[in-house]
Write a protein that binds this ligand. Structure first.
Ligand code: XIL
Length: 354
């Protein structure tokens, strides 16, 4: 007899006080919400999560990730500071582990990220002129080349616009190569793997319309100059303070460029200052998710390349453990710290066309 049938049988005996294998009272077990269908099977597009290699050895994470998601984004182990060694050699140990895991579980990998203002590999600071340009192109070529044919989508340039939003960031890449560092990166990436879809990834595109306009202008300029940018990644690190309608406006605006759109790093924090619904932030989390998924559904199917959550369980979230953890434990993801689906996960299951 299957465990589930046994447990259901026991639930039927609730009256006589039986307990389940989980030590729950039959009544408690009977009240358990029905199990969540695999979210990936309900989504008409790839549904992803970010991953760190230690999670590959966490049975609960593995069970949840392989059940509900079909694409992985390396949270930080495919970035330059992990891959590029001080002597200029490249270490692929950790990205390979993520790729091997994905292959053995029938999942895809989204490459993240090649060129980022926040990680510019000490080695590049020592280089000048052609030596800098050659090393720049070689880095992109070697990292993408290693996974060509498997990794089909890449964040080539990440976060090029200032938080204020009216200009591109001043970073090592722009200092050494000028604004063309963006176009150069996409041209090198396309040569490395002509079949890969190449994304320009950014955050606060819903909060800061000026930043969104600057990003889209930069993309249009690079495209006019022949740089093969295929899509925009809108990270979507948001909270209950995002004004109603702002997410839909952002996604419509981005979609108007006609490029692919990846909702690339979703988390919905409960701990922003100016909450729209300070009384019930969790209700707000559902409101925000509703607008996000509905707005993404309005994007032409050919432009939708999927939605990625920036983690599986609240304990996995960078909001609770990354470089700037929040003072109060945050609950920005679909599964709680015990791996149980939250109302926001059930809401997503309802919103997805199935
Ligand atoms: C973050 C990771 O979540 C952290 O663990 C890491 O320490 C720093 O980077 N935008 C991005 C992601 O494009 O790569 C960042 O990920 C979060 C913001």
């Amino acid at each position: 007899m299957l465990r589930r049938d046994w447990l259901t049988g026991v639930a039927g005996l609730a009256g006589i006080g039986a307990v389940t294998a989980l030590g729950q009272s039959a009544a408690a077990f009977a009240q358990q919400p029905p199990s969540l269908p695999p979210l990936k099977s309900l989504a008409p597009w790839p549904l992803g999560t970010c991953v760190q290699t230690p999670q590959l050895n966490d049975p609960q994470w593995v069970q949840l990730a392989t059940t509900h998601f079909n694409r992985l984004t390396p949270e930080f182990e495919m970035k330059m500071e992990t891959v590029l060694q001080a002597d200029g050699s490249l270490n692929f140990e950790r990205p390979d582990a993520i790729v091997d895991f994905a292959k053995s579980h029938g999942m895809a990998v989204h490459g993240h990220c090649l060129i980022w203002y926040a990680e510019d590999g000490g080695r590049f600071h020592e280089l000048k002129g052609d030596a800098f340009l050659n090393a720049y192109v070689d880095y992109i070529r070697n990292v993408m080349g290693r996974y060509a044919g498997f990794i089909r989508t890449w964040d080539v340039v990440n976060e090029p616009v200032t938080d204020e939003g009216s200009t591109l960031r001043d970073c090592l890449w722009s200092q050494k190569l000028g604004e063309d560092y963006i176009g150069l990166a996409y041209t090198a990436a396309h040569e490395a793997d002509p079949n890969a879809l190449l994304f320009l990834n950014e955050y606060n595109l819903e909060y800061t319309p000026k930043k969104r306009a600057t990003l889209l202008r930069a993309a249009e300029r690079a495209l006019r100059n022949g740089a093969p940018i295929h899509g925009i990644g809108t990270q979507t690190h948001i909270g209950g303070d995002v004004p109603p309608g702002a997410i839909r406006a952002a996604i419509r605006d981005i979609a108007s460029l006609g490029l692919k759109i990846h909702v690339s790093e979703v988390d919905i924090t409960l701990h922003e200052e100016r909450l729209v619904n300070a009384v019930e932030p969790r209700a707000d989390q559902l409101r925000v998710l509703d607008e996000l998924v509905e707005a993404y559904h309005e994007v032409p199917a050919a432009q939708r390349v999927g939605m990625t959550f920036w983690g599986v369980r609240d304990i996995d979230s960078w909001q609770n453990s990354g470089p700037h953890p929040r003072p109060i434990f945050d609950e920005p993801l679909l599964f709680d710290r015990f791996g149980r689906p939250k109302p926001v996960a059930r809401e997503l299951a309802k919103l997805l066309p199935g």
